[in-house]
Design a protein. Structure first.
Length: 558
């Protein structure tokens, strides 16, 4: 005989009552010719709650749920309620445009509960999410490790408070800042949503949580990022800022439709992460000396190459900070401006408005600069103007997408730049990658195995200038272990590995013949500058990184 479960029956009755209430509201909306909305499942914009005070909303039986420019969206019980009509009139006199929707009693109650958010979240102005002061400091104190971040999020997921979504988002962002994550990934699956941080270039799982909470989080993210809430079938990009003490951290939002819902990535543009002095990038002292000499010249071009996420922008900023002085004018053309440098004119491109790198470069040249930084050379016209600028008394810093330093020359030729002027313009072409640094607290030494030993010795032997090999041993390497300090990853922080080619007579001769990367590299050997394999292996033998990590970013068998 089945057992009667009174609690389950009550829940079922409650659910039926709610459904009947919403169905009745839908019928009434047709009668009054007003659109219907269910605010128990729709996002609430807390900026709308700031327009109508809680006491006024309750008295007028009104639920303010969205605000777009001067349009305020109101959920109402009846268009005939005198208090409702009085409030609508007051809003019109204040220059607002009320848009009325019919809602149920439950929708009203749910919206009124959100007034609690006003004490939890600071005001959002112009896409800035202000989680400064005590709240962010408190979060940063609590979130020292991934486990602690996970625990804080889980505690808030279990909370029944109406403002938990706002708080969860703040914890996720504060957690990313505390562990120095560069990106926050929300990835919907069929039955859950995966939250991951990109730590030192590697995606790391934080936790999985329910889809219902993610939908509310996504609405909040879209809202503060200036994205359209009602669009889910198209990709959208936006931004918002976090004001933290004296600095402002920008977050770039990317929303992409997927099989199980919209995937969201928040890119954290932290000025502290990108502001690295030139001497701390990991450049070998011999190459650093060459770069400083080339930067001291009044004209020419220094190119930094590598794939997305290889640290090119950080290197360019380090160059700018090194040469910056009151006597020179520096203009940058970027997308986005990731780090604001005082005393430098920085301009951000916007393809949608027709302000491209090409247009920015043309405009910058009219401002009589001494130094120009072009964020990226991606087409023939930009390449030609950048090269001509380097030939006519300007020092130009820029980036290219190529695999190595030797590839810079064929790449510029393929973009249509005259091979005869390329070497006159370029002072030095660099390439770089980022490798994770071993955690100094837990790294452990291990002997090199047969195949690994042979590979390392082959690369070390290829270094013709043996002065690079002073105090270098090839018997053992350091490996990651994992401790609390490095969130059990074995790595903490990142460092660059570099290679470079200077332009000289031999390079000039070969570039005129439209060479391949291999031909340029062969001709450059006499310069005795380490290539990325050699630079990386020396860092492995010094215990800076591991052999496995180096193999992840550079093909050592090539």
């Amino acid at each position: 005989m089945p057992i009667f479960n009174e609690e389950k029956q009550e829940q079922r009755l409650e659910s039926l009552k709610k459904r009947e209430s919403e169905d009745l509201t839908k019928i009434l909306s047709q009668k009054y010719s007003l659109p219907y909305v269910n605010l128990t499942i729709s996002p609430i914009n807390i900026e709308a709650l700031r327009i109508v005070k809680e006491e006024e909303a309750k008295k007028a039986k009104v639920a303010p749920f969205n605000l777009l420019n001067k349009k305020i969206y109101l959920g109402i019980l009846s268009p005939k309620n005198l208090s409702t009509l009085e409030l609508v009139g007051n809003l019109k006199r204040r220059g607002l445009e009320p848009n009325l929707f019919l809602v149920s009693e439950e929708s009203l109650e749910r919206t009124w509960e959100r007034y609690g958010d006003l004490s939890e979240a600071k005001k959002t102005e112009g896409g800035a999410l202000d989680i400064s002061g005590e709240e962010i400091s408190d979060f940063l104190k609590k979130t020292g490790s991934l486990n602690e971040i996970k625990q804080l999020i889980e505690d808030n997921l279990a909370s029944k408070k109406s403002y938990r979504v706002t708080k969860i988002l703040e914890i996720i962002i504060a957690g990313a800042l505390s562990v120095k994550a560069s990106d926050i990934h929300f990835e919907p699956e069929e039955e859950f949503v995966r939250l991951r941080y990109r730590l030192d270039g590697i995606l790391t799982d934080v936790l999985n949580f329910d889809i219902a909470t993610y939908k509310l989080l996504l609405s909040r993210i879209k809202l503060i990022s200036g994205l359209k809430l009602n669009i889910s079938a198209k990709a959208q990009d936006g931004r918002f800022s976090i004001k933290l003490k004296a600095q402002e951290i920008e977050i770039r939002t990317s929303v992409l439709p997927g099989a199980y819902g919209e995937s969201t990535v928040l890119r954290v543009l932290n000025p502290q992460a990108i502001s690295v002095p030139l001497e701390e990038l990991g450049i070998h002292p011999r190459l650093l000396e060459i770069l400083i000499y080339e930067m001291s010249k009044p004209n020419g071009m220094i190119l930094t190459t590598g794939p997305t996420g290889s640290g090119k922008t950080t290197t360019l900023y380090a160059f700018l900070k090194k040469i910056q002085s009151p006597g020179i004018k520096i203009i940058t053309i970027e997308n986005p401006i990731e780090y604001h440098l005082p005393g430098i004119v920085q301009t951000q491109t916007d393809d949608k408005k027709g302000y491209t790198f090409l247009e920015g470069l043309r405009s910058a040249l009219r401002q009589d600069p001494d130094v120009i930084m072009v964020g990226e050379i991606r087409d023939q016209e930009t390449a030609e103007i950048a090269v001509n600028s380097a030939l006519t008394g300007h020092l130009v810093f820029s980036t290219l997408h190529t695999n190595n330093a030797a590839g810079s020359f064929p790449r510029l030729i393929s973009l249509g730049v005259n091979p005869k002027v390329i070497t006159s313009a370029i002072n030095v072409a660099m390439a770089q990658r980022l490798v994770r640094k071993l955690c100094p607290k837990c790294r452990k030494m291990a002997p090199l195995k047969d195949m690994e030993k042979k590979m390392v010795e082959t690369i070390v032997t290829s270094i013709t200038d043996k002065t690079y090999l002073k105090n270098v041993q090839t018997e053992s390497v350091w490996e990651p272990a994992g401790c609390k300090e490095c969130n059990l990853t074995g790595f903490k922080g990142r460092l660059g590995i570099f290679e470079a080619i200077r332009t000289d007579e031999k390079i000039e001769d070969v570039v005129k013949k439209n060479p391949s990367e291999r031909e340029v590299k062969e001709v450059a050997k006499h310069q005795n500058i380490l290539d990325m394999k050699q630079d990386g292996v020396l860092k492995v033998l010094e215990g800076v990184t591991s052999l496995g990590e180096l193999q992840r970013v550079v093909d050592l068998l090539e």
